[in-house]
Design a protein around this ligand. Structure first.
Ligand SMILES: *[C@@H]1O[C@H](CO)[C@@H](O)[C@H](O)[C@H]1NC(C)=O
Ligand SMILES: *[C@@H]1O[C@H](CO)[C@@H](O)[C@H](O)[C@H]1NC(C)=O
Ligand SMILES: *[C@@H]1O[C@H](CO)[C@@H](O)[C@H](O)[C@H]1NC(C)=O
Length: 545
């Protein structure tokens, strides 16, 4: 229907507001024709697409459990995902009340999701060992998505939803396509910092949603730090009561934390909490007396405090009880224990610490004292049957580590490639964040630097490269709160998402730009306030607001 005839109709029958919406929508429609093409992000390992287009009708198309699947309607994780992806595919139609699809029959009647493993893992948690591979055959009269278990199915559903596009008549189409896909790295994370600024729950959930759109699978929750302690502990309620920015409004209650973990699980995302010690703990000291080291000015206490006090037995009693709780609250097999940036000046000023150092024969080497503390902490956490992740300093300082420790490389100097080489040469697993501190912003398309970085780009043997488990994009919170979190993170983090999922040879910045521009528009259409990459427009942005 032409715009003029629309206007005439408007004038005759409808209120101005409604017409306005329709008018803009019809412009949106035209623009969509030019710009809405399929853009897969991150790019699957193997894609064979064809020019044979099939129609999907919003009224008859369904996502269903395939015949012989080991998962059925009792698998709420999949039921939930089927609904979510149906809405992502057809959401536009409903919102704008367009019924154009109804006049067509579906060529592809359904997407059959076939889970093949004896245990579909519907009620389980994703882990570093989860199988996220899947295959997708889009054909007539049904598309088939095959995966060993639910984790691969989730990734495949996202890919299927990305294959659907609208044609010139506003109908939903999908081309005959064959895809087989799996992640390059098992650990693909996003770090959010809820200590420097508190992030209300719904913003955390929104970002988990965006993570799933980019096939990320680890939410590294940097939950507490010097600045505030929003984690509400049942064992030590004073920690958040006195250490949070506000004791009631700026805390994560046990049920909040449960909700985050379940929301993430439904999207195949692990929640790895970080409780960083012995540095970065000022906020802990507010609710737990004698935990931090009193700093001295000359021969008397200055009134300020330093890192956790490593010489008191009460410190280890506290840590034992605290991490016992943490290990039950967070089901993931790993806890991140931090261990970065310990400032030794306060320890140096304290005469009791001096005496302890002498007794232990540490001389003036404070990294030995740090190692002493971390060593005892690692023993405590090991006794809860958890594995641990730590920042690179713990390795650099020569702390004895369990073989399955995951070492997190974050420093940019000296060059991180050498650190990756050293860690893997020592036989430890490494993950990379140095080039992916997305809180650092520069003018221009800085996603490209993130895109070009590769965690396996260091001098080392094939054996060493195999020890690289992936990486994380980090969004530290000095200058980030709920107002700018989402646009600062997306789509810049998407660049990291493709680096960690797709084949290592997928690195052409030009083709990435085209796909990422469209992927970003798709995120916006799905309600994620991802910022633009550069000048341009999204085809749907004038539609029906
Ligand atoms: C899908 O098919 C249409 C119609 O033949 C074609 O114009 C388009 O390029 C195809 N898209 C892809 C991604 O193959
Ligand atoms: C701390 O514990 C150690 C070993 O468990 C014990 O020998 C020592 O006396 C304790 N120190 C204090 C001050 O209680
Ligand atoms: C690998 O080693 C070569 C030769 O020493 C050096 O030129 C190069 O910069 C190194 N590459 C990385 C990524 O460190």
């Amino acid at each position: 229907m032409g715009v003029l005839r629309f206007l005439r109709l408007c004038a005759l029958f409808l209120t101005f507001t409604v017409c306005n919406g329709w008018l803009f929508d019809s412009f949106g429609e035209q623009r969509r024709r030019e710009a809405d093409e399929v853009a897969l992000w991150p790019l699957p390992q193997k894609v064979q697409s064809s020019g044979t287009a099939f129609r999907l009708s919003a009224t008859s198309f369904q996502i269903v459990h395939g015949k012989g699947s080991t998962a059925g309607p009792s698998c709420s994780l999949l039921q939930n995902a089927f609904r979510r992806y149906y809405n992502y595919i057809f959401g536009d139609v409903r919102k704008h009340g367009k019924n154009l699809n109804n006049v067509f029959d579906s060529d592809v009647l359904e997407l059959q999701v076939l889970i093949t493993a004896a245990d579909p893992e519907c009620d389980g948690y994703p882990s570093i060992k989860s199988d996220e591979s899947y295959s997708l055959e889009v054909d007539q009269p049904a598309a088939v998505l095959k995966a060993a278990n639910v984790w691969g199915a989730l990734r495949g559903l996202e890919t299927f939803s990305q294959l659907v596009y609208e044609d010139d008549y506003g109908a939903h189409n999908v081309n005959k396509t064959s895809i087989s896909d799996f992640p390059r790295f098992a650990h693909r994370g996003i770090l959010l910092d809820t200590s420097r600024h508190y992030l209300p729950l719904r913003f955390i959930l929104e970002n988990l949603e965006a993570m799933a759109m980019n096939k990320f699978n680890v939410f590294h929750w940097h939950i507490v730090d010097d600045h505030s302690f929003p984690f509400q502990s049942r064992t030590f309620p004073d920690l958040s009561h006195k250490g949070a920015f506000h004791p009631f409004t700026h805390v994560y209650t046990p049920s909040d934390v449960k909700m985050v973990i379940e929301f993430a699980r439904m999207r195949g995302i692990r929640v790895v909490a970080e409780f960083d010690t012995p540095g970065h703990t000022q906020s802990w000291g507010k609710g737990q007396t004698d935990l931090l080291t009193p700093c001295y000015s000359g021969s008397s206490p200055s009134g300020s405090f330093g890192p956790v006090n490593p010489i008191l037995n009460t410190t280890y009693d506290f840590m034992t009880r605290f991490f016992k709780e943490v290990s039950t609250v967070f089901p993931d097999a790993y806890i991140h224990l931090g261990g970065d940036e310990v400032d030794f000046s306060c320890w140096k000023s304290n005469p009791d610490i001096q005496k302890f150092m002498d007794k232990q024969g540490f001389g003036q080497d404070y990294s030995k004292l740090e190692s002493y503390y971390i060593q005892r902490l690692l023993d405590i956490v090991s006794s809860t049957n958890k594995g641990y992740m730590v920042w690179q300093e713990v390795f650099d300082n020569g702390v004895k580590l369990k073989a399955d420790t995951h070492l997190h490389v974050w420093k940019v100097k000296p060059q991180y490639q050498d650190e990756m080489a050293r860690i893997t040469a020592a036989g430890f697993h490494a993950l990379l964040s140095s080039p992916w501190y997305l809180n650092r912003i520069t003018f221009g398309q800085d996603w490209q630097d993130a895109y070009k970085a590769d965690p396996q780009n260091f001098n080392g043997t094939a054996e060493q490269k195999k020890l690289v488990i992936g990486g994380e994009a980090c969004l530290w919170g000095e200058y980030v709160d709920a107002t700018n979190l989402t646009p600062r993170l997306w789509p810049r983090a998407s660049a990291v998402g493709e680096r960690l999922w797709s084949d290592e040879n997928v690195k052409d910045v030009g083709s990435a730009y085209d796909r990422l521009t469209k992927h970003r528009c798709r995120m916006v259409r799905r309600g994620i306030a991802a910022e633009p990459l550069y000048i341009g427009f999204c085809p749907h942005e004038y539609g029906g607001q």
